[in-house]
Design a protein. Structure first.
Length: 267
């Protein structure tokens, strides 16, 4: 571990709130694939001690959950289920494995439906009943995956914590627009995930708008290396308490009611 990463991780545990396991089917990611052992090695090497793990667009909830159940390493794992209205097995999967699902993942672009579509309502209702955070992909396809849709869903479901991936969309205008809207609308249940945001100054400006208690560290591994985004976090120049919230405390608070699949421990 580099000296910079030792400073980041010294004194508290780093939790990566956005980690994928499996093979990507979309041609955009060139068949990128890794299993849980691969991911765990990369995360540990970067100084990450825990992670919220989810499938790729292969939508292999069963396979990823089985891998997390079987995991014997020290990495503190939680499982997020991919919520897809087009998958008839998705809701029964949630009912059958309710005790081991710590969060839901909604990828509106792959579903080709905004999170505000009625087809997602059964999933959001389940999240509300079970106290699960919902990780929402936000991107540049504004009509389907715009941060505006995620905040509308957060407004409709105040009982559900929402984590807007890519801080609302991987561009300065989208990130700052999302952060400003979160602050202006006073949505206590809306949070921003740092995955894929490379510009340290942009993360800092968004964080100054919403406060450190509303930002969660995420890397989007297996597409990105967590060490790169820990370096971005270190460059923010946060005080120790704020850094601890962003790099693990906020995620553990949102996942506090969950347990590791196959074990009794809490986040």
């Amino acid at each position: 571990m580099t000296a910079a990463l030792e400073r980041v991780t010294d004194g508290f545990r780093v939790f990566d709130a956005h980690v994928h396991v499996g093979r990507w089917l979309t041609p955009d990611f060139a068949g990128r694939e890794s299993d849980l052992a691969d991911a765990a090695g990369v995360l540990a090497g970067a100084g990450v001690t825990g992670a919220l793990v989810m499938t790729t667009d292969a939508r292999d909830n069963e396979g990823v959950l089985a891998a997390v159940r079987a995991w014997q390493g020290p990495l503190e794992l939680r499982f997020a289920a991919w919520a897809d209205p087009a998958d008839p097995a998705a809701l029964p999967f949630l009912a059958r494995n309710a005790g081991e699902v710590a969060a839901l993942k909604v990828h509106a672009s792959f579903a080709r439906l905004p999170i505000t579509d009625p087809a997602f309502e059964p999933f959001l209702a389940h999240a509300g009943r079970a106290g699960l955070p919902v990780v929402v992909h936000c991107g540049r396809w504004r009509e389907v995956a715009g941060w505006e849709m995620a905040l509308e869903a957060a407004d409709r479901h105040p009982e559900v914590p929402f984590i807007l991936s890519h801080m609302g969309g991987d561009s300065p205008a989208l990130v700052l627009g999302a952060a400003q809207a979160v602050r202006d609308r006073g949505l206590a249940n809306a949070h921003l995930g740092t995955e894929s945001i490379r510009e340290y100054w942009l993360v800092r400006r968004a964080l100054d708008l919403v406060g450190p208690e509303k930002v969660l560290f995420g890397s989007d591994h297996n597409l990105n290396h967590p060490g790169a985004f820990l370096a971005v976090a270190r460059a923010l120049g946060l005080d120790a308490a704020s850094e601890a919230l962003v790099l693990g405390g906020n995620a553990r608070r949102l996942l506090a009611g969950s347990r590791r699949p196959g074990g009794p421990s809490a986040a």
